[in-house]
Structures are given as C-alpha cells and as structure tokens.
Ligand binder design. Structure first.
Ligand SMILES: [Zn+2]
Length: 302
C-alpha cells in the first residue's frame, strides 16, 4: 500500500472505530452472529444461550447441551431498555444470536464450537466483545460488573446466582467460607478485597444480590432465606470464570433465571427487569461505590 493510502486508510479505520462505539448503537461480528451494544455504564450483560439462528453451513454440535435458554436474549434487551429509561444511559450488551445447537459460547472452545471454523470465529468474537466492554467500563469507572444471563429448567422456581461456588461448597460453615481461598476462587473477588463485609455476607447476607432480589419478590439462592442451594444448582460457567478477574478489575456473577413468572411472557420480563434494575441501583453503590443515576445536569454559564 502506498504511504498516503496507508495513512488515509488508518484515519478511516480510526473514524470508523470511534463511530462504532456509540453507546446504544449495535455493532456486529461476521454474519451478524454476535452483537455488541456498547454502553456508558460499568455493567455488562452477556446472553450466550438465547439465540435462534441455525445457519446451514455451520454443523450441529454433537455433544453437550443444545437447548436454548428461552427468551434470555429478549430479557437482556428489556433490562437494558429499563436502565436506559431510568438513567438515560446504556449498559454494555453482548448477545449471541446463534442457536446453542450451533455454538455454546459459555464453554471452552473445543466443547463450544466442536471444530467448526465458523463457530470458532463467532466464539472468539463473543469473548472479544466482552473483553472490549469490560475494558471500556474499567477505563471509565475503574471497575466492570459482568452478568452472564441464563435460564434454567430446574423444578425449583428460583433464581440461581453463580459465584463459581457449587452447592457443596456453599454448605460449608461461614468460618470456612470466609477463608480467603474461597473469595480468591470466586467471581466477586474484586469486591471481596475491598469490602468491609465478610465474604459470606457478600454471598448471602442482607445486602447480597440474592437478598435484594428476594426483597423484590423473586426467590433467589444463595440468599439469607436460602443460604445453601438444593441440587441441581448452577455454580457459574466458563464466561464468569474467564472474565471475572480481580487483576483486570472485573467482578460479576451468572444469573440463572427460572421461566415461570419471570421470562415466560413479555409482561413478566418487564416486571422482572424493573425489579432487577432496582436491585442493581441498590447493589452498585454499596458494593462498587458507583451510583446508577442519570448524569448530573450541566449548569449553563451565567
Ligand atoms: Zn444457559
């Protein structure tokens, strides 16, 4: 490439990437399989299992779970729009539109894509977008909070909160759970290292995510009422394990939402989204020192 052309091309790509990162405006990966909506809040929601696309040139996965987490893509978008309605600001959203029979973005690459180059490319984009979103939030706020949003089909109609601890670990006594080995292995490590609260208080105390959800009328575990989940229980998977890192200033959790009365109808998704946003607006100031409020009005010069 001639030097002038190279410079022009570089300028064009810079302009393009700045424009691409307008909060609330979607950008897409190859073939629009993965969508990233950049935000201007330190909250990232990823929805890996709510996609419906089944491209014919991408082979079906032959092992592992292939069922959709129904309506979780719609739920993620509704949560984002409620936050925007209330604050005038945008969360970061990363959505996989591929059906889980084609790609499971919440697994490591071999199980996720099962040797399909097309699926492998989409998997890489999905996690690159989460990295990009977390880095943008850290740059702006000093911390990023990631929610990987799922839906479970377990018999118990409750929300399961995955902090990378299974039910057996959560059955351990408070004294053992408050040893630093647990917090160091969990997805809230960044918060635990700074909080005056004990680790068990972060997991299931009166100011925990589970406690706040229950206050809004949505059963959740771990929480003060259900400190130890009954099995089956999802502990949090690949995405939370990979991206929640105290070194990179990212904390978060996996939310597994039950279907009845929560994500089954548009009305219920809206009702839950309002409850979740209320939870987040209480949780963020307590645990992250950040308020999810509208930006302060700028006073005009006199
Ligand atoms: Zn899922």
């Amino acid at each position: 490439m001639r030097p002038l052309l190279a410079i022009l091309s570089l300028v064009a790509s810079c302009i393009c990437s700045a424009a691409d990162l307008t909060p609330g405006v979607s950008i897409f990966g190859r073939s629009s399989f993965i969508e990233y909506i950049p935000g201007d809040l330190p909250l990232i929601i990823s929805a890996p299992h709510g996609g419906r696309l089944k491209p014919a040139d991408m082979p079906d996965r032959t092992n592992g779970v292939v069922d959709i987490d129904a309506n979780t893509q719609e739920l993620a978008r509704t949560i984002a729009s409620v936050i925007h309605e209330q604050t005038g600001r945008h969360i970061h959203l990363v959505i996989c539109s591929l059906h889980r029979s084609k790609l499971d973005a919440n697994r490591d690459l071999p199980e996720a894509a099962q040797n399909s180059p097309l699926a492998e490319h989409a998997w890489t984009e999905h996690h690159d977008f989460i990295d990009q979103a977390c880095a943008a939030a850290v740059k702006q706020f000093g911390v990023a909070f990631l929610i990987d949003l799922h839906g479970h089909g377990h018999a118990e109609a409750r929300i399961e909160l995955g902090y990378l601890h299974n039910a057996l670990e959560l059955a351990d006594c408070d004294e053992a759970l408050n040893e630093s080995t647990y917090a160091n292995a969990g997805s809230l490590r960044w918060i635990a290292e700074r909080s005056p609260l004990s680790y068990t208080a972060l997991l299931r105390g009166p100011q925990s995510f589970g406690a706040l959800l229950e206050l809004e009328g949505f059963p959740a575990t771990p929480s003060p009422r259900i400190p130890v989940p009954t099995e089956p229980f999802f502990r949090g998977g690949y995405t939370i394990q990979r991206h929640c890192s105290a070194e990179r200033q990212v904390a978060g959790l996996q939310i597994e939402a039950n279907r009845p009365r929560l994500r089954d109808t548009a009305e219920n998704r809206l009702q839950f989204s309002h409850a979740l946003v209320k939870v987040l607006r209480t949780y963020f100031p307590i645990h992250l020192g950040i308020r999810l409020d509208p930006p302060k009005p700028v006073l005009e010069a006199q």
